[in-house]
Design a protein around this ligand. Structure first.
Ligand code: DGI
Ligand code: FE
Ligand code: FE
Length: 398
């Protein structure tokens, strides 16, 4: 497409963006590229800012996520024009605003295919058509004949200038993303990494879950000593960090970290019976060294007392003290976080292990097991078979 000399070409993309996702970005980039736009401006709709349970309002979240999403594209910009207005903005008013902002510019207004069919229900469709070219992102939802009829109709009636955007078909929606995030499922590749990280680290869309976390935290605090609670907070921070860099669900990692030592203060004489009554096997080393059992008891307690059903979380708690061969990602995150958390100071090589954990969890696990075994041998303690087996497996990474 050739550029009209001297005239700026500005694209305007309105929508809820709750949250912004890859399909929005593909549409915006296609418009920017195919119509040689100087700037593509995202204009999130200003619907009433309601506070979320986190105390942040919905507009702030949508804005932050948009900023994350567009940061690396110099052709993209964000306008909070509709946020700043008291009343609901109609498209024609928004276009008038950008007309004043960019006098003499050619405005391109992006809409989805669905909007093409309810366009006439919008306030002043004729003014919209007067101010801007309309770019339609096709979803392939209607057949070609219906589409071209609707376009001709709008062209005839409003002198609309309508063009189509060529983009691959997709069915990503913001609703789908929020649902995924609520369930703690991955939204990686559906939104840019920066957006996914923000959503996960700010616990967005997870209201019930976040409540539960705080509830569990309160309950835990009344069941363990202050020093253990401080250690636990350190493990949570370390586990969140490791989850982020190794691409594991941060919330699940935080829950496993929160509860990993929940049975630390269960009376030792109750532990064997607690395990056996829950069909959990107790080995000889554990019978001799009942402190080891806080891991298995912790997994049972997390399920029974804290209502954790997720098998991965329960497993990570169960193996956090001895480790085991072929641990999964969460197991390793918790195993390593427990050892390197910021409040620990006594173990050897801590600084080296902390930086190695950023890149290589297997090798970090191997080194921790090796140091633990050395320490146990030096202090003449019984070694649990599982600790030895875990080391025998992980020593390949040394
Ligand atoms: O509960 P934490 O203190 O946060 O940490 P943890 O659950 O890793 O427990 C740490 C202790 O467990 C540490 O002193 C080493 C010990 N340990 C790990 N494997 C074995 C073991 N102790 C014995 N006796 N035998 C083991 O195989
Ligand atoms: Fe522990
Ligand atoms: Fe611990």
């Amino acid at each position: 497409m050739t550029k009209t000399e001297g005239k700026k070409r500005i694209g305007i993309f309105g929508g809820s963006f709750n949250p912004i996702h890859t399909a929005h970005l593909m549409i915006a980039e296609a418009a920017r590229d195919q119509y040689a736009l100087d700037q593509l401006i995202f204009v999130p709709t200003g619907h009433a800012p309601h506070k979320t349970f986190h105390g942040t309002d919905d507009q702030t979240i949508r804005k932050e996520l948009l900023l994350c999403a567009i940061q690396d594209n110099p052709g993209f910009a964000l306008s909070t024009y509709e946020f700043e207005r008291e009343e609901v903005s109609y498209t024609w008013e928004t276009l008038l605003h950008f007309r004043e902002e960019y006098p003499g510019a050619e405005l391109y207004f992006l809409i989805g295919e669905d909007s093409l069919y309810d366009f006439e229900t919008w306030r002043y469709p004729e003014r919209i058509c007067e101010e801007a070219h309309i770019l339609v992102a096709l979803r392939g939802s209607k057949d070609a004949e219906v589409l071209s009829e609707q376009i001709s109709h709008l062209q005839d009636k409003y002198h609309a200038q309508i063009d189509l955007l060529n983009i691959p078909g997709f069915a990503i929606s913001s609703t789908f993303i929020r649902e995924q995030a609520t369930k703690g499922h991955s939204i990686r590749y559906i939104v840019p990494d920066a957006v996914a990280n923000y959503i996960v680290s700010h616990n967005l869309y997870r209201d019930t879950h976040a409540m539960q976390f705080e509830e569990m935290e309160r309950k835990l605090r009344s069941n363990i000593k202050k020093s253990r609670y401080i250690h636990t907070q350190g493990v949570i921070a370390a586990a969140r960090h490791l989850a982020q860099i190794h691409h594991y669900n941060e919330e699940k990692a935080a829950i496993a970290a929160l509860l990993h030592d929940c049975a630390k203060y269960m009376p030792e004489e109750e532990r064997v019976a607690y395990c056996e009554s829950h069909d959990v096997e107790v080995n000889d080393a554990e019978r001799v060294n009942l402190t080891l059992l806080h891991a298995k008891c912790g997994a049972i307690m997390a399920e029974e007392e804290y209502g954790i059903e997720n098998r991965e979380i329960l497993h990570a708690i169960r193996v956090h003290t001895t480790g085991e061969p072929e641990m999964n990602l969460l197991d390793k995150i918790i195993f390593v976080a427990d050892y390197i958390e910021p409040n620990r100071t006594h173990a050897p090589n801590l600084e080296m292990l902390r930086s190695l954990a950023e890149t290589d969890l297997d090798r970090t696990t191997a080194l921790i097991l090796s140091d633990t075994l050395d320490y146990l041998k030096k202090t003449g303690r019984t070694i649990d078979d599982t600790t030895q087996e875990a080391y025998d497996y992980y020593k390949q990474y040394l």
